[in-house]
Ligand binder design. Structure first.
Ligand SMILES: Nc1ncnc2c1ncn2[C@@H]1O[C@H](COP(=O)(O)OP(=O)(O)OP(=O)(O)O)[C@@H](O)[C@H]1O
Ligand SMILES: [Mg+2]
Length: 415
């Protein structure tokens, strides 16, 4: 195997599940998935660590198999961050750059970005990404890439993604306790978008909704840029809990009802009862109407909140490419039908696409975030020289991808 290959890892630390995707990336940037795994998560509440030992233990345990499969010892990873403190703030900055003949350089871009960010984001927040949306030179706007252009006054409009500093620090500590350095924290829905969206969709206008266990998050793209991120602190586990409470059953049974018998299509005629267990032995019978009422009420609430977020960002009913659903919650049968009605937009289920190697196994909506994190890490690892586009901070010199260790290299060369 080509020794110039680098290895990268995406680590999605969810409330219910932790997932990893290990990929190799060659000189031309081609990505091959070499390892993956998923496992139960512990110590996470609504997308953020509630303690350090729980997530550290689950990451450590889950990574073992992914590492053996990939023949690679994971030391660092791109890690997902989630929770309702992940927000996007639109800011503006302006700087004087000298005379009209001055050509805009990287330093100017850094300076205007600094102005756009400093003082606009509260001190207890970590800036996760600064997405330049538009530049203006001497009052003339609509400029995407001002590098090399002339002007005396440079303005920038940006979307700054941030999260509460303690959440970021605790997540880094938890991964570090599992011997994994968190190179970058990326909102899980933004990572998922990387894996499931095409450039064309992002250009035309599209949203990704990550329907997780305890959170449901949304990311909106237009003109190729990430315009908005928002997280609703409720997810598919809320459906399970509601069923457990209303039907007075244990959560395990409620989960079985949800995953086996509930669909997002509440309009079709179905059997009036749901039967679980062996007839005449341990069979339990539930009234389907009652079950559906509980599920629909929670789905209405969650998707209603997502719609409110889209509205507040001025994207409600304004997305030509519609909505792409990912996350474990998106596995509910016909959930796309429900989401289509609720959000009044075209809805598809998104799975990671366009990856080589053992990618078939991760072509599932719940693997979108981990796959996207690996793809973002791969882009960064492959990045060598500055391009003309000074865009989001994802295009930075790699700190990552420490190559495979000796023994592992040998195992790997057998492939
Ligand atoms: N077939 C299914 N039908 C309905 N729901 C499902 C199905 N399979 C999984 N789920 C639900 O998906 C959820 C888990 O999704 P996921 O793994 O994306 O969550 P997470 O990333 O751990 O959580 P979060 O992103 O909120 O922190 C659980 O609530 C689970 O019940
Ligand atoms: Mg998740």
């Amino acid at each position: 195997m080509d020794n110039d290959n680098r290895f990268v890892t995406g680590l999605d630390v969810g409330t219910e599940n932790v997932r990893a995707v290990i990929a190799s990336v060659n000189k031309s940037g081609e990505i091959a998935i070499v390892g993956y795994n998923e496992g139960k998560s512990a110590g996470m509440r609504k997308g953020v660590p509630a303690n350090l030992a729980g997530p550290a233990g689950s990451i450590d345990q889950m990574l073992g198999d992914a590492e053996r499969m990939g023949g690679y010892d994971v030391r660092s990873a791109y890690v997902s961050i989630n929770g309702s403190t992940v927000i996007s703030t639109h800011t503006e900055g302006m700087i004087a750059v000298g005379t009209v003949e001055h050509e805009i350089n990287d330093e100017d871009l850094d300076r205007v970005e600094g102005v756009a960010v400093s003082g606009r984001i509260p001190a207890n927040r970590d800036v996760l990404d600064v997405v330049p949306l538009e530049y203006a030179l001497d009052g003339q706007g609509g400029i995407k890439d001002p590098l090399g252009m002339s002007g005396a006054r440079l303005e920038m409009r940006a979307n700054v993604i941030s999260a509460l500093t303690p959440n970021c620090e605790n997540l880094k500590k938890a991964t570090s306790a599992a011997d994994v350095h968190a190179e970058r924290l990326i909102p899980s829905v933004v990572a998922a978008a990387k894996a499931v969206l095409t450039e064309r969709q992002k250009e035309n206008g599209v949203a990704v909704v990550d329907f997780g266990a305890a959170t449901t998050s949304v990311a909106v793209y237009e003109e190729g840029d990430l315009q908005y991120v928002g997280v609703v602190p409720a997810g598919s586990n809320n459906i399970t809990n509601d069923l457990a409470i209303v039907l007075a059953i244990d959560p395990g049974l409620a989960e079985e009802i949800k995953t086996r018998f509930v669909t997002g299509n509440f309009d079709t005629d179905k059997s009036p009862v749901i039967k679980i267990g062996r007839e005449g032995k341990d069979e339990r019978v539930f009234d389907r109407k009652e079950v559906e009422e509980v599920v629909k009420a929670r789905l209405d609430e969650i998707f209603g909140e997502i719609r409110k977020k889209l509205k507040s960002a001025k994207y409600d009913q304004r997305l030509p490419e519609g909505i792409v659903l990912v996350g474990g919650g998106a596995k509910m049968r016909d959930i796309d039908l429900f989401a289509k009605k609720s959000l009044e937009a075209a809805v598809k289920i998104g799975t990671p696409k366009g990856l080589g190697g053992v990618s078939d196994a991760i072509e599932k909506p719940e693997f979108a975030a981990a796959a996207g994190l690996a793809m973002l890490a791969a882009e960064s690892a492959q990045y060598t020289a500055p391009t003309s586009k000074k865009s989001s901070k994802s295009a930075k010199t790699p700190k990552s991808g420490s190559g495979p260790v000796g023994l592992i290299k040998k195992i790997f060369s057998k492939f």
